[in-house]
Write a protein that binds this ligand. Structure first.
Ligand code: ADP
Ligand code: MG
Length: 429
């Protein structure tokens, strides 16, 4: 199913790699596939093209910097040399760190046009920023190295102390390939580095150094809801960063259940379907150092000898009928209706009652999911008993949802008596 048909269909000749046989005769579905990339000749792009052609898809390589985003009422469009891109079925974004802004804008545009994208723009944006991604991960039961973010010079030392003191790892929020990841062995060195970076307007994370994993990490390639390949990477010499771009080496591994589950959940929480998850092997189990939304394929394929590009193509053609949609946006279109999460405290009267007892359905409220520790129970049945610590995600009449959680009604708005003098300095909108 093509969600969004463009007015001017794209001529097959516009595709750099037209489908040689026209359509598929193996029961699979031939797609018009775009690969967003700035590097047509790099290994990853070539492998994705090869895997797509092997499945008889038509492939077009699209340089995000050459596309124009065109907006008119009810008609979001994407143009290449003035022409509409046509009815793409799916896009695989390979957005390098240097083009994050434009790249995510293009992916967002494709989402508005109803084109399936292997990774949604929101997931890419979240994963690009190490602070943002760790903030999101930290509310879930996912191992991460303890991390601090401070702004003022005087807050640096207390932050390092909260991490248990030096050594610490300092990371630029948007660094990649090991660049911008520094090991500071002493407190003084850490403070000097952080102050220098901050005085140059660079924002940094301070992270606990996972000493037992020095010079080693695990890269898991997640596609959909499984890890398709994994490797352990070793840093070169005295280097502590194990990135292959820093001269590291790698061996294929069979991933432990715990590591595989952590990788898949981390990708899902950030909203990514294709991801390279970097995990440190800490004494307490896996700790996610980073989630990459455009993982390189060369290292992982050469090391594991697994056809990762093929797995990505299989996944995309399975999922192409289900483009990402903003569920909250869809569900809140009707006034008075909305989505809300009910946290169940230890002392809540809901504890021990079943969802049926609470009477959600009678009040036009549907329980969509119940988050219980690490488990997400989708479409929970009426006879599910509510436990302390659950978080029940509901959709329905907001008034009814609020009635389930009794809270004080807001008081009347008060008129202002004395206004402070006008302040033209304030930096607000
Ligand atoms: P990048 O985006 O530059 O790859 P990462 O967060 O993945 O940034 O860090 C690069 C490498 O540094 C990791 O692969 C790992 O080997 C090492 N590393 C990162 N964070 C830590 C840490 N907290 N403790 C120990 N080693 C780390
Ligand atoms: Mg990394």
């Amino acid at each position: 199913m093509i969600i969004c048909r463009r007015e001017r269909p794209l001529a097959a000749a516009r595709f750099l790699f037209p489908n040689p046989r026209g359509g598929s005769d193996d029961g699979g579905r031939s797609m018009k596939l775009g690969i967003l990339t700035r590097n047509p000749h790099c290994y990853s792009t070539r492998r994705l093209v090869q895997a797509a052609r092997a499945r008889r898809h038509e492939v077009q390589l699209l340089d995000v910097l050459k596309l124009s985003i065109s907006l008119a009422e009810g008609k979001p469009d994407l143009l290449l040399r003035g022409d509409s891109l046509g009815d793409l079925d799916a896009v695989i974004p390979r957005i390098g760190a240097s083009v994050t802004f434009v790249g995510t804008a293009v992916v967002r545009q494709l989402e508005q046009m109803g084109v399936y994208t292997a990774n949604p723009s929101l997931g890419i944006s979240r994963s690009r920023d190490k602070l943002r991604s760790h903030q999101i991960l930290s509310r879930h039961q996912i191992g991460i190295p303890r991390t601090e973010f401070v702004h003022r010079g005087r807050d640096i030392l207390p932050a390092i102390e909260r991490l248990g003191g030096a050594p610490v790892v300092i990371k630029l929020l948007e660094g990649t390939q090991g660049v911008g990841v520094i090991l500071a062995e002493t407190l003084e060195v850490a403070r000097a580095i952080i102050e220098t970076l901050q005085s140059n307007d660079q924002k940094v994370l301070i992270q606990k150094f996972v000493a037992e994993s020095r010079g080693r990490d695990v890269r898991a390639l997640v596609v959909g809801d499984r890890v398709v390949a994994a490797m352990r990477r070793y840093a070169a010499g005295s280097e502590f960063r194990s990135n292959l771009h820093r001269g590291g080496s790698a061996v294929a591994i069979d991933l432990d259940e715990e590591y595989a589950e952590t990788a898949v959940r981390a990708a899902q929480i950030l909203g990514l379907r294709v991801a390279g998850v970097d995990m440190l092997e800490s004494a307490d189990g896996p700790q996610v150092a980073e989630v990459n939304s455009s993982p390189g394929l060369q290292g992982i394929e050469v090391t594991s000898r697994i056809d990762v590009a093929g797995a990505i193509l299989e996944y995309v053609s399975d999922q192409v009928q289900f483009p990402d949609l903003d569920i909250r946006q869809r569900l809140t279109g009707s006034p008075g209706y909305g989505v809300a999460e009910l946290p169940v405290a230890e002392t809540s009267p809901l504890v021990g009652q079943t969802l049926g007892d609470i009477g959600l359905r009678g009040a036009e409220v549907t329980a969509l999911t119940v988050q219980r520790g690490k488990r997400l129970l989708a479409n929970p049945a009426d006879d599910l008993a509510v436990a302390a610590g659950d978080r029940i995600l509901c959709f329905g009449r907001l008034e009814s949802i609020r009635a389930i959680l009794p809270q004080a009604a807001p008081g009347p708005l008060q008129p202002l008596a004395d206004l402070p003098p006008m302040d033209h300095e304030e930096e607000l909108e």
